[in-house]
Write a protein that binds this ligand. Structure first.
Ligand code: BGC
Length: 257
């Protein structure tokens, strides 16, 4: 395959649906081979694999629950064993749970933090260790959220995870930069994916949100995938330690009612 990502191998966690699936397909279209991570729904991973192949890439499917460290290690091992390298990590898998702060349970807290933050953290560690051993450069892209920076009432666990992701990214950019590994966050706003199914079905809520989005529309997974491809490619080689907001201007739109 030719393209900006020719000969590159990428792991995209949570790539059976939504943003992860679009990112996998787009990286493949630019020449990469893909490790498609999924949890539970093999048919979703098969759909992603078909899209990757149609885009001209190769794909392997690996079931991994990123909240389990052994599963994270296996994702990296599979990439190296089956493709001989792993150059790009997209920490995309994420969940959110609605609960007013006074009602958040320990189980909710652990579920959200373990997938969104602990999983991304240790997968980055395993990914980077392998690159250091092989003396190769690489890039880590975390799928964060506008809520790494902006409040989201009733989603305090999600905000904790994404706020943590913001600072881990900044720290790793400094620690891993000298090793040739770049680290950046993508911070989507409201995007039409399964995580937002409830929002898309609730017209009054959706209309209220749309009024706060200067570009006047909900984002698409493709809007996000294009920026991921840029960051993963040589065009993004000098970018590290940054968050890219892909939100139609939502985060900048303060106004008094
Ligand atoms: C959340 C969505 C939310 C959007 C904008 C995303 O990170 O996953 O549920 O609609 O931010 O608030």
């Amino acid at each position: 395959m030719s393209g900006r990502l020719a000969e590159k191998v990428a792991i995209v966690t949570g790539s059976g649906s939504g943003i992860g699936q679009a990112v996998a397909e787009r990286l493949a279209a630019e020449g990469a081979n893909l490790v498609v991570d999924y949890r539970g729904h093999i048919e979703s991973a098969q759909e992603t694999r078909a899209k990757v192949e149609a885009a001209g890439g190769k794909a392997i499917m690996v079931e991994a629950d990123v909240s389990k460290l052994s599963d994270c290690q296996n994702l990296v091992d599979q990439a190296w064993q089956q493709f001989g390298s792993c150059d790009i990590l997209v920490n995309n898998a994420g969940i959110e749970k609605h609960a007013p702060f006074l009602e958040v349970t320990e189980a909710d807290y652990d579920a959200v933090l373990n997938v969104n933050l602990k999983g991304a953290f240790f997968l980055a560690q395993f990914f980077a260790k392998r690159l250091v051993d092989a003396k190769k450069p690489g890039t880590i892209i975390n799928m964060s959220s506008v809520h790494e920076d902006m409040v989201f009432p009733n989603f305090s666990t999600y905000c904790a995870s994404k706020g943590g992701m913001r600072m881990v990214m900044r720290d790793l950019a400094v620690e891993l930069g000298p090793l040739g590994i770049t680290v950046n966050n993508i911070a989507p706003g409201a995007v039409d994916t399964p995580i937002n199914a409830h929002l898309m079905a609730d017209k009054p809520k959706l209309d209220a949100l749309l009024r706060n989005i200067p570009l006047g529309r909900i984002g698409t997974a493709g809007d996000v995938a294009g920026v991921a491809a840029f960051l993963a490619s040589p065009d993004g080689a000098y970018v590290t330690g940054s968050t890219y907001f892909i939100d139609g201007g939502l985060i900048r739109n303060y106004h008094e009612q």
